[in-house]
Design a protein around this ligand. Structure first.
Ligand SMILES: [Zn+2]
Length: 610
């Protein structure tokens, strides 16, 4: 497996982990120190399996030494009830399932490689933590779906390793109740942050990041371990649908997801990685192999210049001096699982769905539409998750030559998980989500509080189009108030540019309407007004050109030098704004075009630039 594309990436992760392994401080000896969070994250035990994997693959005793030290560390911090704390300063123990999963994989790997004595050193930890998982999650309850599905896999493993048949029965019921029963007809897995205020107002929510990086991998592994064909079939069905959320460059669209507040573009910050699910099932569909490969390339790219750990977006290093090591041990675990339990695909050159120029795709159960032309792909989100881009905004806009052009962020940065979310950088908070805002009687209303927007999409004359309807709203105490302004946004994707037409029907006077179009830029860059167009250097050597026009709207020139910031994903953008003065009731319209300034590409006026 050392020739597999994942191997060098896994090696990079494991070498980075060893570099940060604590050797001196007796309290933390063997743990992996996080330079950004200045702690030892409870989840660092996830790295036991990848370190043992590297040892068996290379014979290098440094990996063995490191794996033993880490095992000894997690032995020293195990709680009397058999669990591990997610953070030493917190009280959440649910993540015990991930350490146990890593231990089970390590046990299996060592046993199969003639290292039974070494494997047996893990058995007490497996037995004690499996007992905790069986007691806390084994009969269900109220938390996120990824815990139940991971519990199913670890209980299946533990039923064999410590010979307790009851665990296998619990595993079977968990898969039925939380995996199979939580699947929508079109293949989305429900249950991530469902019914947990303030994240959602609906009884079932979807998070693409957690589903692909964790839950579907657990279902795939359970199906393989037990030979359950029905679970396998359902997981393949779900994985095919989720795979449509992988953009052509391997980035993962979780712009609308219920845990979008940990969206890193390569996946979810604290989940493992989609390579587990894709590689374990790639003998069922060769596109799974390609999706795993493209996403791994994107993960690799997120290391950025200077090497080290993964950044949570193209501008991570501009926002934070230190990197958090969390994703390094999660990814290491996912890559080692994919290398160990992954299958061989029938072919390695299959395309993933987003590589086809498909026009439009509607995800009716999510209220999400994808639009695709040769140069562009975009996500229109009406998915009603609190604080995630919604109201029919374009939550992700991607260009083949330059990557992300617009990225929706959380509407307000709140550290729901303080240990997993850094403090907002020392910069003014300014959203990166494109939006309409209206000010009436001093209160700002926006489409981002419209949880009941409706969109329809179609392809006309080869051009993908989507039309959104909603009302501008303001939110206080989780109640929405409107201001008598309904809106329509019409998106048209051309081969060389995209267009948005905003129509506002104002029925009560207001002080102002603003159209805000944040454009992902290079670091510390300002936009330049060039005649009718605004030029924004993309940071990738080309220029994004934006034009906006509407009767009564004026460009806010101060916005050309402002900066919008998103932590998840880590993005800097120039928040272009156009404003009106006080408006009387009537109809108002604004048109925005976005294109990439590249030689040979037709301009918006139709002529070809040399
Ligand atoms: Zn950290």
């Amino acid at each position: 497996m050392t020739e597999n594309y994942l191997f060098p990436l896994l090696q990079h992760c494991c070498d980075t982990l060893i570099d940060h392994q604590e050797l001196a401080d007796t309290a933390w000896q063997g743990g992996i120190r996080c330079p950004a969070c200045r702690t030892v994250h409870g989840r660092c035990g996830d790295a036991i399996f990848p370190l043992y994997y590297m040892y068996t693959a290379t014979g290098n005793s440094n990996y063995l030494k490191s794996a033993r030290l880490l095992t000894s560390y997690i032995g020293s911090v195990q709680q009397p009830d058999g669990a591990w704390l997610n953070e030493l300063a917190g009280d959440w123990k649910g993540t015990t399932v991930f350490q146990l999963l890593s231990l089970c994989h390590a046990y299996d790997l060592l046993s199969k490689n003639g290292e039974q004595t070494e494997a047996d050193t893990l058995k007490d930890l497996i037995a004690s933590s499996a007992l905790w998982v069986s007691r806390i999650f084994g009969n269900g309850g109220k938390t996120n779906v990824n815990y139940y599905l991971t519990s199913a896999v670890v209980l299946q493993w533990a039923s064999v390793i410590v010979s307790i048949p009851h665990y296998a029965e619990q595993a079977r019921l968990l898969i039925e109740r939380y995996g199979l029963a939580n699947m929508t007809g079109d293949g989305f897995l429900l249950g991530e942050k469902t019914n947990q205020r303030p994240f959602s107002r609906v009884t079932s929510t979807v998070d693409i990041g957690y589903n692909m990086d964790m839950s579907l991998g657990a279902m795939a592994e359970y199906a393989i371990l037990t030979g359950n064909e029905h679970v396998k079939e359902m997981t393949v069905h779900a994985l095919r649908k989720h795979m449509e959320m992988i953009y052509p460059d391997g980035s993962m669209d979780n712009s609308f997801g219920s845990r979008n507040y940990k969206w890193t573009l390569f996946g979810s910050k604290t989940a493992h990685g989609c390579q587990m699910a894709f590689m374990m099932l790639c003998d069922e569909d060769p596109a799974f192999y390609k999706a795993a490969e493209l996403n791994a390339a994107y993960v690799k790219e997120s290391i950025g210049p200077g090497g080290g750990m993964f950044g949570y977006g193209p501008h991570y290093k501009e926002l934070f001096k230190q990197s958090c090591i969390h994703a390094t041990f999660n990814k290491a675990d996912a890559f080692a699982v994919a290398l160990t339990y992954g299958k061989e695909p029938a072919r390695k050159d299959a395309l993933i769905p987003s590589q086809a120029i498909f026009g439009v795709r509607e995800y009716a159960s999510l209220g999400v539409h994808h639009m695709r032309t040769h140069q562009w792909m975009g996500t229109v989100s009406c998915y009603h998750v609190h604080n995630a881009p919604t109201g029919g905004t374009l939550s992700y806009l991607w260009n083949a030559a330059t990557g992300p052009v617009q990225i929706g962020s959380v509407t307000k940065y709140e550290r729901y998980e303080p240990y997993n979310m850094p403090a907002f950088p020392a910069m003014e908070e300014e959203l990166t989500t494109p939006r309409i805002e209206a000010v009436r009687q001093g209160i700002t209303y926006s489409n981002l509080y419209e949880y009941e927007a409706y969109a329809a999409s179609s392809v006309n004359e080869d051009r993908p189009e989507a039309e959104v309807h909603g009302q501008l709203k303001y939110e206080a105490d989780c109640i929405q108030y409107d201001c008598g302004i309904s809106y329509k946004i019409r998106y048209t994707f051309y081969d060389s540019f995209i267009e948005k037409i905003y129509d506002m029907d104002v029925r009560l006077p207001c002080e102002q309407i603003r159209i805000v179009e944040p454009i992902v830029s290079g670091a510390n860059c300002a936009a330049l007004e060039m005649g009718e167009e605004i030029n924004i250097p993309s940071g990738k050597g080309n220029v994004i050109q934006v034009s906006g026009w509407g009767v009564g709207f004026q460009l806010d020139r101060e916005s050309l030098t402002e900066q919008a910031v998103s932590v998840f994903p880590s993005i800097l953008a120039v928040p272009l704004k156009w404003r009106t003065g006080p408006l009387i009731p009537g109809q108002y319209s604004f048109r925005v075009s976005i294109r990439l300034d590249e030689p040979g590409v037709p301009t918006m006026k139709g002529d070809v630039k040399e």
